[in-house]
Design a protein around this ligand. Structure first.
Ligand SMILES: C[C@H](N)C(=O)N[C@@H](Cc1c[nH]cn1)C(=O)O
Ligand SMILES: [Zn+2]
Ligand SMILES: [Zn+2]
Length: 474
């Protein structure tokens, strides 16, 4: 195994890797905006084309349609699957990633054009750079390096790349179920690199939170009204909505929905000890975010509330007046959008009922004539791995080899909706191998991937393929 040659190959080709990332970031593959769907389809074609050019056995799998709120339907982006190698004497890994992104506009406060990858001081700024286009490309380049040097892959590698992760991986559950005995039949392990390190130290991730995303719609008058002419005579939908949203969480962060914490697994002494041993500077975390005060100043409490307690976030209100200026309007229909991150052993179906019952009950007490509709749009379960699995030993070895440090063992506060389905349906073990930096600004303004993480991450993936090949099958 000519590791040094592979490493040199990666170093020599880094400009090409950055250029390909630039081409991928230039595609506005925002899965939440149906007007951008053509871009998303184009993105999936580009992924398929890249893998096909490398000699992979590629398929673009049709996963059906999604129903839009206006009753129409829209084709979901195809899922790209690819296969490199089919040696029965080698283990097979399946790399999962996504190439859809969260929305971004320069006016949101970006310093550069979000879809024009821009390098500043070793950082590659662009929407989707870290989440998740560079990590997907790093995995592709890892295999490409073996092929270019005419070297045998130490394991068979499959890819499953989707385009709806940011909106809950619509359609992917069904595809995984239907391909359990075909695409997944020879897969031994699943690898996901769709998260970030906790600090400057490389990390391995063994848990993600799930997410239940809700729309709460309050509808009143037939149309928007002049607040001077009608204000004081109608019960305003926005007042009702703000009133009920305010019953979800207390100012100090306690979730107020009855029963919501009942299923939360107790925080064990072992976990406390693990969190205590992690190097993490609360003060620089606070400074980086730019707030005067955090909810918790103690490291263990802070990490526990990022990773293994549920949280409520209110994301936005559709229909509300939000443009500059002073329009004096009473919006006729408003939809509040909020989500609740899930932790073991919460169940989205139970949470859906708890939240719906709670909101209807507090709304009823207001005796408002307006109409409330509550709908759970995404119900993604949390995921937790067995850190004693050899996949994690292999991960530690790969990190040590490339970065020459011991990996942090961390959890992720965000959600990879499909992780739990992979585990439950395929019954394969999963590892999350992040290469994103702690300060990459995912979903935020000025998202970036550092050139260092992108290139060294590619090397780490090469090392990982070799380490996985050493795992003895049980
Ligand atoms: C961690 C991953 N890169 C990510 O950002 N996932 C999204 C998925 C999601 C969950 N609800 C809606 N989308 C996230 O955690 O927000
Ligand atoms: Zn992601
Ligand atoms: Zn994301």
């Amino acid at each position: 195994f000519r590791f040094d040659e592979l490493i040199k190959y990666v170093d020599d080709h880094q400009e090409e890797y950055v250029q390909t990332l630039r081409e991928w970031v230039a595609v506005e593959s925002d899965s939440s905006d149906v007007t951008k769907r053509a871009e998303l389809y184009r993105m999936m074609d580009m992924v398929g084309e890249k893998l096909r050019k490398m000699g992979g056995k590629v398929e673009l799998v049709d996963i059906g349609e999604e129903q839009l709120p206006d009753g129409s339907s829209l084709a979901l982006p195809k899922v790209v699957t690819a296969q490199f190698g089919s040696d029965v004497n080698k283990p097979t890994v399946c790399v999962y990633g996504h190439v859809d992104v969260q929305p971004a506009q320069k006016e949101d406060g970006w310093a550069t054009e979000p879809y024009n990858l821009t390098e500043i001081n070793g950082n590659l700024y662009g929407r989707g750079a870290s989440d998740n286009k560079a990590p997907v490309l790093a995995w592709i380049h890892a295999v490409e390096a073996f092929k270019a040097l005419d070297m045998d892959l130490p394991v068979n590698v499959k890819y499953l790349i989707e385009g709806m992760e940011e909106t809950g991986s619509n359609g992917l559950d069904a595809m995984i179920k239907s391909q359990k005995s075909t695409f997944f039949s020879d897969v031994d392990y699943i690898i996901i690199s769709d998260c970030g390190w906790l600090s400057k130290r490389p990390a391995l991730t063994y848990g993600t939170r799930g997410n239940c995303y809700f729309f709460a719609e309050v509808e009143g008058p037939k149309q928007d009204l002049h607040s001077g002419v009608y204000g004081g005579t109608v019960i305003e939908p926005m007042t009702d909505l703000i009133g009920i949203l305010d019953t979800l969480i207390s100012p100090s962060g306690t979730i107020l929905i009855p029963g919501i914490r009942d299923a939360v697994a107790p925080f064990s002494d072992e976990e406390w000890k693990m969190y205590q041993d992690i190097e993490f500077d609360v003060e620089s975390y606070r400074e980086k975010i730019g707030v005067e005060q955090l909810m918790y100043n103690n490291k263990v409490e802070l990490l526990a509330h990022r990773w293994r307690h549920p949280t409520v976030s209110i994301h936005g209100i559709n229909g509300a007046f939000s443009a500059p200026g002073t329009k004096t309007v009473i919006p006729a229909k408003v939809t509040g959008k909020f989500s609740i991150r899930q932790v073991p052993d919460m169940d989205p179906a139970v949470v859906e009922k708890q939240v719906t019952d709670h909101l209807h009950s507090v709304f009823a007490k207001r005796k408002s004539p307006n109409k409330l509709k509550v709908k759970m749009i995404i119900g993604a379960k949390p995921w937790l791995a067995d850190i004693k699995h050899s996949l994690y030993e292999a991960g530690k070895a790969a990190v040590k080899r490339v970065f020459n440090v011991d990996a942090d063992m961390i959890r992720e506060g965000g959600t990879i909706p499909i992780a739990r389905t992979f585990q439950d349906v395929t019954e394969k073990s999963i590892i999350m191998l992040p290469i994103g930096g702690f300060d990459d600004g995912l979903h935020s303004q000025n998202e970036k991937m550092s050139r260092y993480n992108y290139i060294e991450g590619t090397k780490m993936f090469i090392a990982y393929l070799q380490e996985v090949a050493q795992i003895k099958k049980d």
